[in-house]
Design a binder for this molecule. Structure first.
Ligand SMILES: *[C@@H]1O[C@H](CO)[C@@H](O)[C@H](O)[C@H]1NC(C)=O
Ligand SMILES: *[C@@H]1O[C@H](CO)[C@@H](O)[C@H](O)[C@H]1NC(C)=O
Ligand SMILES: [Zn+2]
Length: 431
């Protein structure tokens, strides 16, 4: 009896990352922009998973299933594009990640008023949900919890409003931060939870709590996030169904579904990771986020969409055209990046700052671009570092050693951005 239960349990664990058995990760280096452009176009042709894009001097990473490897290699060789196989079988690293995270998650913790959650693990949707509810109960003077609406599969999208004046004081700017719009980017969750921690539990910079109203949405893509825990670790999109070809592929890339230049630099193929959906805001998740923008657009000064990986702070427009106040976008981004670089782990590279289309590639319908349309004076995508360390972890995989650091160092950047808009908002009010 107990033996069969154990075997059953093992079976479940082993089956978990089975879909990635034999998937390899390639590091791809391009010599010039034409090669980069060619390579990035492959995302729309081959069903391979671009983890990061290649530009000259900065290799990209691609996850490739066993049966697609020879096709990809032939194309790369024909185009004289250099590549290196970083791991022959990503499943081994997935099992390693799972073991490391499971070891820490066995340690008990008390999410108490004075201690909050420990930053040594990655929390599930349910754990985050309970935590946010607990904070709202324990800190009614500064924390309100709001349900932005339901996801495709019916999960609540809850965010916190953090304010010493219940958002009623018009003289305070609003800063809006979200994470996990892309499900697999787990390391972004500790970044938003850390912001909450520093504004609610361990308040060492009182001005940031006093002078600013904060909106924090830790899980912008709940269905995808749950799916990435339970079924497919590298799932990026939401879990919407009903697309043609029916029953073959599911999910919309939420970061291509916002109503800004929709469908001009994204995919119409539901089987790809950059599928933009059937219409702008076709997805309940993006529509809910749009409604947050609409509600707070008056005083919304800064929007940060936290992604991983790549150590970058990016701004619009995704077409490559700069916003009107492009110089301010750039200089604030540089200051935020410098603040992070000062405290980052020495083996991670310095942050790169720039227009998203120039640093990476063109992309339409992003939350970052919609942030500007939606009323934010400044709107950025953060790409947190991919932590390698000694464990061999790469890309989206999380080494528990990096979790607290990811929260801590990202907060250094966020503080700079928040203080900038606070000071600017004050000057504006005096005019
Ligand atoms: C959690 O709190 C309880 C009751 O205060 C205490 O007995 C226990 O040791 C705490 N556990 C941890 C891990 O701090
Ligand atoms: C993107 O949208 C902006 C603002 O609506 C418009 O001016 C621009 O021409 C669009 N660009 C593309 C490539 O669609
Ligand atoms: Zn992302």
């Amino acid at each position: 009896m107990s033996r069969s239960i154990i075997l059953l349990f093992l079976g479940v664990v082993l089956a978990k990352h089975e879909i990635y058995e034999g998937h390899a990760v390639y590091e791809v280096s391009v010599k010039n922009y034409d090669q980069g452009k060619f390579l990035n176009q492959l995302q729309y042709q081959l069903e391979v998973d671009f983890w990061s894009y290649a530009v000259p001097g900065r290799p990209g990473m691609v996850l490739v299933s066993k049966d697609k490897r020879s096709e990809l290699e032939e194309i790369l060789k024909a185009e004289n594009i250099e590549f290196e196989v970083k791991t022959e079988n990503i499943k081994e690293l997935l099992d390693l990640e799972e073991n490391l995270l499971e070891d820490v998650s066995k340690k008990s913790y008390n999410a108490s008023r004075s201690a909050g959650l420990p930053f040594d693990r990655i929390y599930t949707y349910k754990q985050v949900d309970e935590y946010l509810e607990m904070l709202a109960k324990q800190f009614p003077e500064t924390v309100k919890i709001v349900n932005a609406g339901k996801s495709f599969e019916g999960r609540d999208m809850k965010y916190l409003k953090i304010s010493t004046s219940n958002f009623e004081d018009d003289s305070k700017p609003i800063v809006f931060i979200e994470s996990l719009l892309h499900a697999r980017e787990w390391i972004t969750l500790p970044a938003t939870l850390y912001v909450i921690h520093k504004l609610v539990i361990d308040v060492t910079e009182r001005d940031l709590l006093q002078d600013i109203n904060w909106i924090i949405l830790p899980i912008a893509n709940p269905d995808g996030y749950v799916h990435s825990h339970e079924q497919a670790r590298f799932w990026r999109k939401n879990r919407a169904t009903g697309f043609i070809p029916a029953n073959v592929c599911v999910g919309v890339d939420l970061n291509r579904n916002f109503d800004i230049n929709w469908s001009t630099a994204s995919s119409g193929n539901v089987c790809l990771d950059t599928f933009h959906g059937s219409a702008p805001f076709s997805e309940p998740e993006t529509a809910n986020i749009r409604d947050i923008f609409t509600e707070y657009s008056d005083r919304l000064e800064l929007f940060l969409d936290i992604h991983s990986f790549g150590s970058m702070i990016l701004y619009g427009w995704g077409t490559g055209v700069l916003p009107d106040n492009g110089l301010i976008f750039h200089s604030v981004a540089v200051r935020m990046a410098n603040a992070i670089d000062t405290v980052k782990m020495p083996w991670n590279r310095n942050y790169i700052v720039g227009n998203s289309a120039l640093v990476l590639y063109q992309a339409s319908g992003s939350a970052m671009d919609y942030g500007i349309v939606g009323g934010a004076d400044l709107s950025y995508t953060y790409e947190l570092p991919g932590f390698r360390g000694g464990s061999g972890m790469m890309g989206f995989l999380v080494n528990p050693e990096f979790i607290e650091q990811a929260g801590f160092e990202t907060w250094e950047g966020i503080k700079v951005g928040a203080r900038h808009v606070r000071d600017k908002f004050k000057r504006k009010a005096r005019l």
